[in-house]
Design a binder for this molecule. Structure first.
Ligand SMILES: Cc1cc2nc3c(=O)[nH]c(=O)nc-3n(C[C@H](O)[C@H](O)[C@H](O)COP(=O)(O)O)c2cc1C
Length: 210
């Protein structure tokens, strides 16, 4: 039995294209793997600790080998419980909209919480970074209002897929699979519907092999 963590990063619930594609993926996955467990985190609903001065102070104390005060421990225990929840999954599914060419700020906050030395990455003897979340697949459904095809001048604006996959790779992920719905706005409603239907079909197929 596998534990699947499904992270929804769009607040548009019923209207979200990325969530519609990821939901279809999860539905097909569950049909193919009825024994597996799905845990869903709605990143806009889920309370996340602010990564402000107290959290940064606790983080730097770990990096400098300084003991945590009671206040450090209080904030750091919240950070660790979120990391542990994340690391306890065997497989991951994500629904991710493009916001200002990158990822929504709540997902960035989640990344800032997750990416900690000694927990999700380390520095090996050769002085190189090494991800600690290993041998776990992730499926990501991306949605964008515009279109950013590879090999065109618009590709450089895509800091959504590039950034997220860089960070997942940094944490150790190697098996990263994705489907993109684009354009959800620039081509009008009919184009968006057509692209979303095609992405859902593709996601359903990919779920069976996940
Ligand atoms: C705050 C915000 C910023 C956005 N920035 C971009 C952008 O930079 N490029 C783009 O193509 N679309 C942008 N969009 C449009 C979304 O990417 C598009 O509506 C997409 O379908 C959102 O994903 P969702 O349908 O899963 O919520 C933005 C939307 C919002 C709400």
């Amino acid at each position: 039995m596998s534990n699947v963590l499904y992270i929804k990063a769009s607040p548009r619930t019923g209207r979200s294209h990325s969530v519609a594609v990821a939901d279809a993926f999860v539905e097909s996955y569950c049909q193919a793997h009825p024994e597996d467990k799905i845990k869903t985190i709605d990143i806009f609903e889920r309370p996340l600790p602010a990564f402000d001065l107290p959290a940064v102070t606790a983080k730097y104390k770990i990096m400098h080998g300084t003991e945590h005060s009671q206040e450090d421990q209080r904030i750091w225990s919240q950070v660790i419980s979120i990391i542990e929840e994340f690391k306890s999954a065997d497989k991951y599914v994500m629904a991710v909209p493009m916001w200002n060419f990158s990822i929504p700020y709540r997902l960035k906050q989640y990344v800032d919480i997750l990416v900690q030395p000694g927990y999700t990455f380390s520095v090996n003897e050769g002085g190189n970074y090494e991800g600690l979340v290993k041998d776990k697949p992730v499926f990501i459904a991306y949605a964008r209002g515009g279109e950013y095809p590879a090999g065109t001048g618009k590709e450089a604006f895509d800091l959504q897929k590039k950034y997220l996959e860089l960070m997942l790779g940094f944490m150790g992920f190697r098996d990263i699979r994705s489907v993109t719905v684009e354009p959800t706005l620039a081509g009008g409603a009919d184009v968006a519907k057509q692209k979303r239907t095609a992405a859902i079909e593709e996601a359903r197929k990919m779920a069976k092999e996940f």
